[in-house]
Design a protein around this ligand. Structure first.
Ligand SMILES: NC(=O)c1ccc[n+]([C@@H]2O[C@H](COP(=O)([O-])OP(=O)(O)OC[C@H]3O[C@@H](n4cnc5c(N)ncnc54)[C@H](O)[C@@H]3O)[C@@H](O)[C@H]2O)c1
Length: 377
C-alpha cells in the first residue's frame, strides 16, 4: 500500500514547523506530499521545496481539498480552524489541527461532530501529550508513589517582543471581524500548560471546573499577556496556572504535581521529569515523545491504536478558553512596566514577575492573594 498523501494549510508561522516535519516524513518514506497553501504568496525557496516533494502550492484550501489528500494538517490561526477542519473531514481526510482547536465550544463540537459523521480521525497539536513523561507522571500519580495528589500547577515565563503582536491581525485580539480569537497568554501560547494540567487532573468533558482568573496586560491588546488561573473540579486535584509573556528573564515552563509523599516537575517542552519523593534522592528522567503526525498516521493504519490528543479530549480546555474570554483584563501600571531591547527585539517586561509566578503556583494562590503582594499589582 502506498503511503498516505498529506496536505498542509498554513505554511507561515508555526506551519513552517509542520512543513519541516512533513519533509522529514516524506524523506523517510512514510508519507507522500499533496501540497500546501497559504494566504501569503510563496517565496521561491518554498516553491522549490514544494516541487522537490512532488507537491503543488494550491490557490486556497478549497482547491487543496479537491486534490483529495488523505491527511490535512491545519496550522492557520484559531478562528480559521472550524471551517477548514470541517471541510477537510467532509472531504474524507483525517486531520491534525493546531492548538487551540477552537476558542468556543460550539466550534469544537461542530468539528467533533464532523469527525464522527465522516468516520475520520482528528488529532489536536498539543505536542506534549505525545510525551512519555506524561505517561510516567500518570503512573507516579495512579501508583500512589506521590501519595494523594493535592495540587497540580504550571508556570510559564516567556518574553514576547512587540513584533509578536505585530505579526498578524489576530495577535492579542479577543475578536476579529466578528469571530472569537481569544489570543490570551493562557489560551494560546500557554495553552499547553493549561491542557497538560487538565489532562493530569483527569478533568473530563462532564466536569465543570469552577474557575477564577486574574488577567493583566502591559500593552494595547484585548487579552492578557500575564495571568493566573485557578480551576477546581469536584473530586479532582485543584489546579493553579500562572504565566507571563513579559518575563524580565525568560525561563522554560513546567508542570508541578504535588502529592502528600513527594512532587514531580515536568519540563514539558523537553520531556524532562524531576521526581522528588520523601526519603529518597531526587531523580531526573529524560523521556521520548511521539510526533503527533506520526501518531495520527499510526492510528489511521491501526484502528485499535488511540490518538495522543483526539479532538473530543480538548473539550474541558476549550471550555476554559471560552470562559477566559469573558474575564476582565487590567492594565499593569506604567511604573511597573519595563522596556527592553535585546535579542528578542523591543519588548515589555514586568518587574519581578517571574518570582510572583513561581510563588502563585507553589502556594496555589492568585496574584492578589500573595503576601507580600506583587509590586506590580
Ligand atoms: N503547537 C505549538 O507549540 C504551536 C506554536 C505556535 C503556534 N501554534 C498554533 O499554530 C496556529 C498558527 O499560529 P501562528 O502563530 O503560526 O499564526 P500566524 O498568523 O503567524 O501564521 C498563520 C499562517 O496561516 C496563514 N493563513 C491564515 N489564514 C489562512 C487561510 N485562510 N488559508 C491559508 N493560509 C492562511 C497565514 O498567512 C500565516 O502564514 C495557531 O493555532 C497557533 O496557536 C502552535
Amino acid at each position: 500500500m502506498s503511503p498516505p498523501r498529506v496536505a498542509l494549510v498554513g505554511t507561515g508561522g508555526y506551519g513552517a514547523v509542520h512543513f519541516d516535519n512533513i519533509e522529514r516524513l516524506v524523506g523517510a518514506g512514510g508519507l507522500r506530499f499533496a501540497g500546501c497553501t497559504d494566504l501569503r504568496p510563496p517565496g521561491p525557496g518554498l516553491l522549490q521545496r514544494v516541487a522537490g516533494l512532488g507537491g503543488t502550492f494550491f490557490e486556497d484550501y478549497e482547491t487543496l481539498l479537491k486534490a483529495a489528500p488523505d491527511v490535512v494538517v491545519v496550522a492557520t490561526p484559531p478562528h480559521r480552524h472550524r471551517d477548514m477542519v470541517c471541510a477537510a473531514l467532509a472531504a474524507g481526510a483525517h486531520v491534525l489541527v493546531e492548538k487551540p482547536p477552537a476558542v468556543e465550544l460550539a466550534d469544537l463540537d461542530a468539528m467533533t461532530a464532523a469527525a464522527t459523521a465522516a468516520g475520520r480521525l482528528c488529532q489536536v497539536g498539543f505536542q506534549s501529550l505525545g510525551s512519555a513523561a506524561l505517561a510516567r507522571l500518570r503512573e507516579l500519580m495512579d501508583g500512589g508513589e506521590l501519595g494523594e495528589v493535592t495540587h497540580i500547577g504550571a508556570t510559564g515565563c516567556w518574553a514576547r517582543a512587540d513584533a509578536y503582536y505585530a505579526r498578524a491581525p489576530w495577535a492579542g485580539r479577543r475578536r476579529l471581524d466578528g469571530a472569537a480569537v481569544n489570543d490570551g497568554a493562557l489560551s494560546n501560547p500557554f495553552a499547553h500548560a493549561v491542557m497538560n494540567c487538565l489532562t493530569l487532573a483527569g478533568v473530563g468533558a462532564a466536569d465543570r471546573p469552577r474557575a477564577e482568573a486574574e488577567l493583566y496586560r502591559t500593552r494595547p491588546i484585548e487579552v492578557e499577556d500575564t495571568g493566573c488561573l485557578r480551576l477546581a473540579a469536584p473530586g479532582r486535584p485543584p489546579i493553579t496556572i500562572a504565566v507571563t509573556l513579559c518575563a524580565e528573564r525568560p525561563r522554560p515552563p513546567y508542570v508541578l504535581v504535588t502529592g502528600e509523599r513527594g512532587s514531580a516537575r515536568w519540563w514539558y517542552e523537553t520531556d524532562v521529569l524531576e521526581i522528588a519523593l520523601a526519603g529518597r534522592p531526587a531523580v531526573t528522567e529524560r523521556h521520548a515523545r511521539v510526533d503527533l503526525l506520526e501518531d495520527l498516521l499510526r492510528a489511521i493504519r491501526d484502528p485499535r491504536a488511540s490518538l495522543a490528543c483526539p479532538i473530543e479530549d480538548t473539550r474541558p480546555f476549550v471550555g476554559v478558553v471560552e470562559w477566559l474570554a469573558d474575564q476582565p483584563v487590567r492594565l499593569v501600571p506604567p511604573g511597573a512596566r519595563r522596556r527592553h531591547d535585546d535579542e528578542s527585539g523591543p519588548r515589555n517586561s514586568i518587574a519581578g514577575v517571574e518570582e510572583d509566578i513561581e510563588r502563585a503556583v507553589a502556594q496555589s494562590r492568585r496574584f492578589s492573594e500573595l503576601r507580600p503582594l506583587p509590586g506590580w499589582l
